[in-house]
Design a binder for this molecule. Structure first.
Ligand SMILES: Cc1cc2nc3c(=O)[nH]c(=O)nc-3n(C[C@H](O)[C@H](O)[C@H](O)COP(=O)(O)OP(=O)(O)OC[C@H]3O[C@@H](n4cnc5c(N)ncnc54)[C@H](O)[C@@H]3O)c2cc1C
Length: 449
């Protein structure tokens, strides 16, 4: 077995894939996650109507983390339970991977709005967390209230998901009041279809619906993953974006207010009661605010869905709102020799495939060029992948050349510390039994879907 031991913080899509790449080469990994389950945004971000995708991705993570060379350490948060600099300087890991995702909402630029969190205002991450778990009989987390006429600030796929969730909550409740029993899975096929079946409209239910407020035009929304570097590609992207948005709006009966951005809040009786919105126009790709166009829009609920950024961890250098990594150096953390960031923590893109691919590239690059004995018995298929990661090496080799694997005493000490942390949360090392025990009750089990 290879002498190296790699610490991976975050066991979800990118962290588990990195562990998989390393264990395939005989490299031992210790995977820490702040939660009892390692699934990250698959469990707490991806809305729960994606039940099949969630189960598939969680099974993939399970397979990777149940490898005998992975030691899983649940319920341990870097920056809270472990000090980053202590881990780097004193534990003796060969390398440290930060696959900690993006769990902080980008702050909404409306002065003082955060004071109204829970009082007419939510950010997307806690809102979707609540939405995904609220049906669990033992759910004890934060409660969110859904109200008609909500304003959802944002323009990406996640803001459409928030609008869908809000609309499904409202309609399900109103239909129940009329004695019509539908669940989220029925509504997810299309609220318009369900209402049509019962010869009802939103108006009949006394609902206005929610509105997505976006600062650019609909055709600018980040809803298309392809390239836009020629006029033809851009035109195609703009058509697709309008189609995606219009289809979702027709199916889930939400509205869209493009070319508006929030500049101030309306407060009534200690609660957020709406926003002051300013009109914009787009010139040469830039958002220009139109002076004198401000208008008050009253609303009992505002949800901000303008993107997620990494949570700062004491000791980890930041560049603006993201980890300070060296471009072209396999996302090596600036000022550190053997610390790397991967997945959502650096891609800035909420996408499973991209997180996975990034975790794979970083792990392969580090393993191939640093952790694997060049004379050693390297898996041939892995060797073939080398060319794919060559391009991201830059000066990395020079940085890493001096790093030694931990000696036997250090490995023993690492494993002793790890055992202590595991025993604090009652984890006995049986990964499969642990995830089974902690997997929450699923809505589909409750509604018989
Ligand atoms: C509303 C919504 C809808 C989405 N829909 C889709 C979709 O349809 N298709 C798609 O491809 N993608 C979708 N995504 C995005 C996708 O879920 C994520 O991009 C992907 O799962 C991120 O994986 P990751 O491993 O990079 O990060 P995460 O899943 O965020 O994993 C990070 C892990 O690190 C742990 N962690 C964080 N901080 C610490 C710490 N300090 N110490 C220890 N552990 C820590 C976390 O608990 C977590 O397990 C959606 C996301 C959202 C929010």
């Amino acid at each position: 077995m290879n002498q190296h031991v790699v610490a991976i913080f975050g066991g979800a899509v990118s962290g588990a894939e990195a562990a998989h790449q390393l264990t395939q080469q005989g490299i031992r990994c210790v995977v820490f996650d702040q939660n009892l389950l390692p699934y990250g945004k698959i469990e707490d971000g991806l809305p729960k109507w994606h039940a099949k995708l969630r189960d598939k991705e969680e099974a993939n993570i399970d397979e990777k983390l149940s490898h005998p060379l992975v030691t899983f350490v649940p319920g341990v948060k870097l920056g809270r339970d472990l000090d980053f600099e202590d881990v780097v300087q004193n534990w003796g890991f060969s390398a440290i991977f930060l696959a900690t995702g993006a769990w902080r909402d980008r702050p909404l630029a409306v002065p003082g709005i955060d004071d109204f969190t829970g009082k007419g205002f939510y950010y997307q991450n806690p809102f979707i967390y609540w939405y995904n778990h609220k049906h669990e009989p033992d759910y004890k987390g934060e409660q969110c209230e859904v109200a008609d006429g909500a304003l959802i600030i944002g323009g990406g796929l996640a803001s459409i998901d928030v609008a869908k969730a809000v609309m499904m909550e409202l309609v399900e409740k109103k239909l129940a009041e009329k004695g019509i029993d539908v669940n989220m899975f029925d509504l997810e096929r299309g609220i318009s279809k369900v209402l049509e079946k019962h010869s009802l409209t939103l108006d009949d239910l006394g609902l206005k619906g929610c509105t997505i407020v976006y600062r650019r035009r609909i055709k600018d929304m980040p809803l298309y993953p392809g390239e836009t570097d020629t006029p033809e590609k851009l035109a195609k992207a703009q058509t697709v974006r309008e189609k995606v948005l219009n289809n979702a709006a027709e199916k889930f009966l939400f509205k869209v207010m493009p070319c508006h951005l929030p500049v101030d809040k309306i407060v009534e009786n200690g609660r957020l009661a709406g926003l002051v919105l300013r009109e914009t126009k787009i010139e040469d790709g830039r958002v220009l605010e139109i002076p004198g166009s401000d208008k008050e829009v009253h609303s009992p609920l505002v949800i901000s869905s303008i993107g997620s950024i990494p949570e700062p961890i004491p000791g980890i250098p930041m560049r603006g709102q993201v980890f300070d990594v060296e471009e072209g150096q396999c996302c090596k953390l600036n000022g550190f020799t053997n610390v790397f960031a991967l997945g959502n923590a650096v891609t800035g893109r909420g996408n499973i495939k991209e997180s996975l691919a990034h975790g794979r590239t970083v792990a392969q690059t580090i393993a191939m060029n640093y952790l694997i004995d060049p004379e050693g018995n390297v898996d041939e298929s892995f060797r073939k992948k080398e060319s794919r990661v060559d391009g991201v090496m830059g000066d990395l080799t020079k940085h890493l050349a001096s790093i030694q694997p931990p000696d036997e005493n250090q490995v023993t000490a690492i494993m002793q510390r790890v055992k202590l942390l595991q025993s604090k949360v009652g984890y006995d090392g049986n990964y499969k039994a642990w995830v089974e025990k902690h997997r929450p009750v699923r809505l589909e089990e409750l509604v018989g879907h």
